[in-house]
Design a protein around this ligand. Structure first.
Ligand SMILES: NC(=O)c1ccc[n+]([C@@H]2O[C@H](COP(=O)([O-])OP(=O)(O)OC[C@H]3O[C@@H](n4cnc5c(N)ncnc54)[C@H](O)[C@@H]3O)[C@@H](O)[C@H]2O)c1
Length: 340
């Protein structure tokens, strides 16, 4: 078996999650050694396929605790070139469910602990998956760029903005922080999620033949989870000067779509679905966005390869073929779970 070069080691916190579990397979394919540190809030089946891989390590641990990453590395030397920090309570309903104290501990304090350990260990870069929802509602016609002010509308976004501020203040550290403000994801990964808008709409249209849409004209920004993984890997491989202390919106303008557009794509495959609309204003996370992805295109050469059509096709395939036999199971949603 070919031995992976020592420097090609990446540690992923939250690597059992939707984004992280897919990142594992891409990194292993590229010849990286991968260590996952995850507390398995939604179980660990997503990692089973990698367990026998000689370059894969798993450590079940809570990154809120001090020294978790150091202990994982002490056990699995060498020091990684990068930490991808993907662990957290993801999404505004989940943050609301656990409350401010826990959300802050899991999202903000954990990221701080993780970065501090990265710095102590001599890790070269720290890649953080933040969210475009930090921009909040936008009345402006212009596209939101990385220079636009943030206006978090939910506890989730508040925690993401707090991590961003912390990391930006660390730009002078030896470990280079990099922030991706990712679009809303869709598509399949080893840990499917059906609480993400596109995936949820497909599930409802498929199982109920009925879709109830709030704020139909509102635009959001969407990206296939495989493109998000490609972005993370670009962040890993790009020149360090393009990374250090940088914020990049990650996605593409093609993904700036209204809910109506998403519904249109789903109806093409499930035309018998009834669609009902409600224009209720409900608190928490009202987002109407058009995001610019010029910076990530120009500086890192990133563009998306997959479309909502691809996502709808594959999620529908998984449902129709019975590969996901109980898609309404709570483990496919982040909102209802208990963090003690
Ligand atoms: N999914 C999206 O649409 C989306 C969009 C933008 C940004 N992001 C960001 O991407 C990252 C990953 O999101 P995801 O969709 O994969 O979420 P996810 O909920 O599927 O995965 C999160 C993982 O982190 C683990 N975890 C949580 N707290 C932990 C802790 N304290 N210690 C160890 N493990 C812990 C969980 O067990 C889970 O496996 C997050 O930072 C999120 O903010 C996601």
């Amino acid at each position: 078996m070919h031995k992976v070069e020592e420097e090609k080691h990446v540690l992923i916190t939250g690597g059992a999650g939707y984004l992280g579990s897919l990142a594992c397979s891409h990194l292993l394919q590229l010849g990286y050694r991968v260590t996952v540190v995850d507390d398995l809030l939604y179980g660990g089946e997503s990692l089973l396929a990698y367990l026998s891989h000689p370059e894969f390590n798993f450590v079940k641990a809570n990154v809120c605790e001090a020294r978790t990453i150091r202990s994982a590395i002490d056990q699995y030397l060498p020091v990684p070139v990068a930490i991808m920090h993907l662990a957290g309570i993801v999404g505004f309903p989940a943050c609301q469910a656990v409350g401010r104290h826990v959300a802050w501990q899991y999202n903000v304090e954990a990221a701080q602990r993780a970065f501090e350990q990265a710095e102590e260990l001599g890790v070269e870069r720290f890649i953080f998956a933040s969210t475009y929802s930090n921009y909040g509602t936008s009345s402006q016609d212009d596209l939101a760029t990385e220079e636009s002010s943030v206006n978090p509308q939910s506890l989730y976004a508040e925690t993401m903005v707090a991590v961003e501020k912390f990391l930006q203040a660390q730009a002078g550290s030896n470990c280079a922080p990099l922030i991706f403000r990712m679009a809303h994801l869709y598509g399949l990964s080893p840990r499917p999620r059906f609480d993400l808008l596109v995936n949820q709409f497909i599930l409802e249209a498929y199982t109920q033949r009925d879709l109830l849409i709030y704020q139909r004209g509102y635009s959001r920004s969407f990206m296939h989870v495989r493109d998000a993984v490609r972005g993370l890997i670009l962040g890993l491989q790009s020149e360090i000067e393009n990374v250090r202390g940088q914020i990049y919106n990650l996605g593409s303008e093609n993904g700036n779509l209204s809910k109506d557009k998403i519904v249109e794509v789903i109806l093409r495959r499930l035309p018998e679905t009834t669609v009902r609309y409600k224009d209720l204003t409900f608190g928490g996370d009202m987002r109407d966005f058009h995001i610019s992805y010029e910076k990530v295109r120009d500086k890192l050469g990133f563009d998306t390869q997959f479309t909502v059509e691809d996502g709808v096709r594959e999620v529908l395939n998984a449902l129709r073929s019975g590969l996901i036999d109980n898609p309404k199971d709570q483990k496919y949603r982040n909102a209802k779970f208990i963090v003690s």
